[in-house]
Design a protein around this ligand. Structure first.
Ligand code: MG
Length: 173
């Protein structure tokens, strides 16, 4: 393990899934938010925080690239401070760790998997919201949507799933 060259870049992967239920008062679901964007949708995530699965997956991707503890380790869902929390604060904390470690975003790619709502019309907004929090140009963040072909929990609209991959590069200067 000697003579190992210093790392010039880091890759990280994040994943999140939230169960979807009818939005309160009809059920236990919170209003559906992805990267902070509020969707007018009859079902939403069950979760301790606001349940923003896109911010959660992106946060875990950044933390993973840094070799840091994951979202659940840093912000336990047993901590009442994070009940109904705006998940932007989790991503902001990960972004601060990234800057402190001397890295910036090379690029980030995220895939949202759900039957509804349709992601395509919102992908630019979602990417811009993530880029803003990470302090990088919007063209470094790509967000896309896929369906689950109507099978299993995601395909039946009972869950939403997000995968994210990020490449971190040394910050200039
Ligand atoms: Mg989550």
């Amino acid at each position: 393990m000697t003579n190992t060259p210093p790392l010039s870049c880091r890759i990280g992967h994040g994943y999140d899934l939230h169960r979807l239920e009818p939005v309160a008062p009809a059920g236990a679901g919170r209003p559906l938010r992805l990267a902070g964007l509020l969707f007018d949708h009859p079902s939403g995530p069950v979760g301790h925080s606001d349940g923003d699965a896109l911010f959660h997956a992106v946060t875990d991707a950044v933390l993973g690239a840094l070799g840091a503890p994951d979202l659940g380790g840093l912000f336990p869902d047993t901590d009442p401070r994070y009940e109904n929390a705006d998940s932007a604060l989790f991503l902001d904390a990960a972004a601060q760790r990234m800057r402190d470690a001397g890295f910036t975003v090379g690029n980030l790619d995220a895939t949202i998997i759900c039957e509804r709502p349709k992601i395509g019309p919102h992908r630019t907004t979602l990417g811009a919201n993530i880029a803003e929090r990470l302090g990088c140009p919007p063209d470094r963040v790509n967000v896309k949507g896929k369906t689950h072909e109507q099978v299993d929990a995601v395909g039946e609209g009972r869950a939403i799933e997000v995968h994210a991959v990020v490449l971190l590069l040394p910050a200039a200067g």
